[in-house]
Design a protein around this ligand. Structure first.
Ligand SMILES: [Zn+2]
Length: 133
């Protein structure tokens, strides 16, 4: 947090801008030297009220940040998907080479997975085959 409080002179009185609520308030009525100048008196009142209700402001800020991150993620989601699809279309040969190398490197693992799947879903697979025939 910026420790330099922005000050301005207005109507023969000094005003400072609160770093939290961004409001300009007069130094004599809006600020309390007792609690410190990290927030204005109104913000201190909100802080104490929140503390009294049993949740701390760090949790509140954390929740706000998570919400903002979630919003940003979903706002950019479609764009990221489009960019990924475009990249894969432009680099189809690289994707193919990567998949081939992956399959070669994980051959046994993939085979075991496929065998497990077949053992688990054998009845359903055979049923589908009988229906298709
Ligand atoms: Zn404030």
């Amino acid at each position: 947090m910026n420790t330099a409080l922005p000050l301005r002179r207005r109507d023969d009185a000094w005003e400072a801008r609160c770093p939290l609520c961004r409001q300009w308030t007069g130094l004599d009525e809006g600020w309390s030297a007792r609690y410190g100048l990290s927030r204005c008196r109104a913000c201190w009142r909100l802080y104490f009220a929140a503390k009294e209700r049993g949740y701390n402001t760090n949790e509140y800020r954390h929740a706000c940040r998570l919400e903002a991150q979630r919003t940003r993620y979903w706002a950019n989601h479609e764009g990221h998907l489009t960019a990924a699809r475009r990249w894969r279309a432009a680099n189809a040969d690289r994707v193919l080479a990567y998949n081939r190398a992956y399959r070669a490197a994980h051959h046994d693992e993939l085979l075991a997975k496929a065998r497990d799947y077949y053992a688990e879903a054998r009845e359903v697979i055979l049923l589908k085959k009988r229906r298709a025939a």
